[in-house]
Design a protein around this ligand. Structure first.
Ligand SMILES: [Zn+2]
Length: 312
């Protein structure tokens, strides 16, 4: 457990895929207890996972806040609630997406999404196997105790809704400190992908969220991965620039002949990638393609994409 500043602790869990760790934060409450933000992946043995964390605290966990519905953040929500008895608070829009992704799961529709966007069948088969394994590690809460919206307060922390990395991603903001989840990261950029059942233009959403972070200009952001971000407004502008460059590369990958999002992902991410990373790459290509379509810089050809008409 690391003390980042008075009343803000960080505990880190290892995760077996992607980024190899996730941070959860503990915020001192006005009643002298702790508010837990994010929960890592679901555990086979919740007591064994959480007791060592709770044993380091001088007071009980009074509330659990989830920043977003990705497995490494919401995955341990039910476990932590069972072990602590604390209520779970989640963004309203985030909980809706969470229920669609992990509750009303439609594996066929999920796989069709990738096939439609040009992914070869063996890669799609790999995704199917991986997502079956993943869903077992997502112990989300079907009925959170409180659903949060922009402007709500959690013990003096203001809720900011910062969509993009997830449709209803929330962050907490107080006194210049942002508990950011994956809305902003240092060293790496949050993945922005288009998935079935998600909002239609996640990159457009995300560029708006980056503007919001720049406008709030926190003193520091404590994020779900990597190190604290000392100048989040500058980092937000840097990430926006990264996406502008990626939009330009995406536009350059299009021609007069239709190209699928999968093909565009091969042009954007040229390394040989694992199934998981190729899925992220394809979702990321799709998010950039949809942004280009939204602003008239690309056109559609069925489920594929072409150069904008005036550039042909
Ligand atoms: Zn994460």
């Amino acid at each position: 457990m690391d003390e980042l500043e008075p009343g803000i602790l960080r505990t880190t869990f290892a995760i077996p895929f992607g980024i190899d760790h996730v941070h959860c934060y503990l915020l001192r409450s006005s009643a002298g207890g702790w508010i837990l933000v994010d929960t890592g992946l679901g555990a086979r043995d919740p007591e064994a996972r959480w007791q060592p964390v709770l044993a380091q605290l001088d007071a009980p966990v009074e509330a659990i806040v989830i920043t977003h519905m990705h497995p490494d953040h919401v995955g341990g929500a039910r476990d932590a609630a069972e072990v602590t008895g604390a209520p779970v608070l989640q963004g309203r829009a985030d909980h809706e997406q969470c229920a669609r992704a992990w509750g009303d799961r439609d594996p066929q529709r999920f796989l069709e999404h990738w096939t439609t966007h040009g992914m070869p069948s063996e890669t799609v088969a790999g995704i199917a196997a991986e997502s079956d394994a993943l869903v077992r590690a997502v112990h989300w809460v079907e009925e959170p105790d409180r659903l949060l919206e922009a402007g709500d307060e959690v013990d003096g922390w203001r809720v900011e809704v910062l969509p993009g990395h997830a449709d209803g991603h929330i962050a907490l903001f107080k006194g210049g400190v942002m508990i950011a989840g994956d809305a902003i990261l240092g060293g790496i950029t949050p993945t922005i992908g288009l998935y079935p059942n998600s909002r239609p233009d996640p990159l457009g959403d995300y560029l708006g969220s980056l503007e919001r972070i720049a406008e709030l200009a926190p003193r520091v952001a404590y994020a779900g991965h990597r190190e604290p971000i000392p100048d989040p407004a500058a980092r937000a502008r840097e990430i926006a620039q990264h996406h502008e460059e990626r939009l330009e590369r995406t536009e350059a990958a299009l021609g007069p002949e239709p190209r699928s999002a999968y093909e565009v992902s091969l042009a954007l991410f040229t390394d040989e990638l694992s199934t998981t990373l190729r899925r992220f790459a394809t979702a990321e290509a799709l998010a950039h393609l949809e942004r280009l379509v939204a602003v008239g810089r690309a056109g559609r050809a069925g489920a594929a994409y072409v150069q904008a008409a005036d550039t042909i």
